[in-house]
Design a protein around this ligand. Structure first.
Ligand code: CA
Ligand code: CA
Length: 301
């Protein structure tokens, strides 16, 4: 008996093996399939081997009976983590601000292994209870929501994940600031209820924020924004506005970088009228010395 042909079928293609006299085995050097075996049944390519003798009789084997014919192919492209929000440097006013990111493997890759997903809040693993996932193309959209309120200040979330073939994504991180406290706002001018004869009025005060300065200030006069207000490094601000005749409502709002705001409203009355003496009389006139008389004056505003 003699062997006439030995061949192997890998991923649908047949390859002829040749006899190696030094090893006594039939061998071939072939190129592995270009795609991971992760999605194949059992996680491997089932390689078939067939030997034919000179009588034309075939003997076969494959991975179902011979584990050495179960070909595991791993792709070597790492998945990609993209943090969508909050972005690094952002200020947020929610002490349980959700952190939203995607973990996506390449098309045709082994896919994201969620068991390898590690999210850390300020260095501590957040655990699976704080994480929600939703499948997207080649991966997942993930939302991490802190289970308890974070303190005001800077916080960092890191994300790690690998695909099913063990390729680790480059770690991504976002560092953002939680700020739940609105800025202070103190109006030094005008006093509430001021009545003035001058249309030009200085609105002045100070503002500050412990966590996310600088603070922006807006001044609305009777509902109309009065334009840019410069806030000094010490938090002081001052702006001249022009009052309308009668009752004026001035609303000053200070807003920190996290969007938290404080407002103060002042009501000021502009009375620019000049009293005018229209007529006057003294009755009686002439009057007897030491007698009673009446002075009567008519005034308009
Ligand atoms: Ca991959
Ligand atoms: Ca604040």
């Amino acid at each position: 008996m003699a062997i006439s042909q030995v061949r192997a079928k890998v991923n649908g293609a047949w390859y002829t093996l040749t006899y190696n006299s030094s090893t006594g085995k039939y061998e071939a050097t072939i190129t592995a399939p270009g795609a991971t075996s992760y999605h194949q049944s059992g996680g491997y390519y089932n390689v078939e081997v067939e030997a034919t003798n000179t009588a034309g009789t075939k003997g076969t084997a494959d991975g179902s009976s011979m584990t050495g014919l179960r070909l595991v192919v791993r792709e070597r492209v790492a998945p990609v983590i993209t943090i969508l929000s909050p972005s690094s440097g952002a200020y947020v006013s929610n002490s349980q601000q959700p952190v939203i990111f995607t973990v996506v493997d390449e098309s045709g890759g082994s896919g994201i292994d969620l068991n390898t997903l590690v999210v850390k809040q300020d260095g501590t693993d957040v655990g699976s209870g704080a994480i929600q996932t939703q499948a997207v193309t080649n991966g997942y959209s993930v939302t991490y929501t802190p289970e308890s309120a974070l303190g005001d200040g800077s916080h960092t979330v890191t994300v790690d994940v690998s695909d099913h073939d063990g390729n680790a994504a480059t770690q991504k991180a976002t560092t953002y600031t939680v700020d739940t406290v609105p800025p202070t706002l103190n109006i030094t001018s005008p006093a509430d209820g001021l009545i003035t004869a001058t249309a030009s009025l200085n609105v002045a005060g100070t503002t500050n924020d412990a966590t996310s300065s600088p603070v922006t200030v807006t001044i609305k006069l009777n509902g109309v924004d009065q334009g840019n207000v410069t806030v000094g490094s010490d938090g002081s601000f001052s702006k001249s506005i022009t009052l309308a005749d009668g009752t004026n409502t001035i609303e000053v709002t200070a807003t920190d970088s996290a969007g938290k705001s404080s407002s103060v409203t002042r009501t000021v009355t502009l009375d620019a009228s000049i009293p005018r003496v229209v007529s006057a009389s003294i009755t009686p006139n002439p009057v007897d010395a030491g007698a009673t008389m009446i002075i009567s004056v008519e005034i308009t505003e």
